[in-house]
Design a protein around this ligand. Sequence first.
Ligand code: ADP
Length: 236
Amino acid sequence: MIRFEQVTKRYRERVALDAVSWGMEEGEKVALVGPSGAGKTTILKLITHERQPTSGTVTVGTFHGGSLTRRSRALLRRTLGIVYEDFRLLNDRTVLENVALAVRIAGNDPEEQVLARARWALDEVGLEMRQGSFPSELSTGERQRAAIARAIVNRPAVVLADEPTGALEKKNGDEVLALLRRVHAEGAALLVATTRIEVAEALGARVLHLEAGRLSGSELPAAPGSSRAAAAGAPV
Ligand code: ADP
């Protein structure tokens, strides 16, 4: 589903990621854990193709790096749902319109189904009663739930979340983690970047430790049929 092979990313002379290799399968739950500046957001931006690797290969589903055409960018958008620490909702639109916009941008639903789909997503996160509210009228926990509705509305294969509880108090944070667990249980793969190991533990995620652009404890699963797979007795 997602595979990084020997991926290095430099911003000018600064090495943000140093020959990183890892992978996750469809439906998996993975946490990238590391301090600020470790390279977590860079990994997420390489997955969304907002950034290109300096060297190495990033594969996301059927996308194998390189710059994308407009059409494949739209397709990638439908594959990925993204949740940010600071929610990134549009303040001049209602909650319903924020979520509906993501459906329109993905462009795979006729207009008459757009609002129905957006209402379904708001129902999933328990915000159907707040659909006419503006983000400024919501609590911070509700804002993050609205952002999660926007991330899942196109039923993506993978939900990426960058420090999803960073701006929340404990109770709201716990609710958001429970919601992400449910999103995963309903079939999406989940990749969370966080500085806090407790977040990874609460999600029950496989942990990849990232520090100064290097991963530890994260052997890339051997490709079926490779000598490593055979040596490990893995099914070929
Ligand atoms: P994290 O998400 O773990 O905090 P980042 O991926 O944001 O880490 O950053 C990794 C490293 O790359 C840091 O040293 C950061 O300063 C650097 N970096 C990130 N983005 C840029 C950029 N646009 N220009 C220069 N350096 C950057």
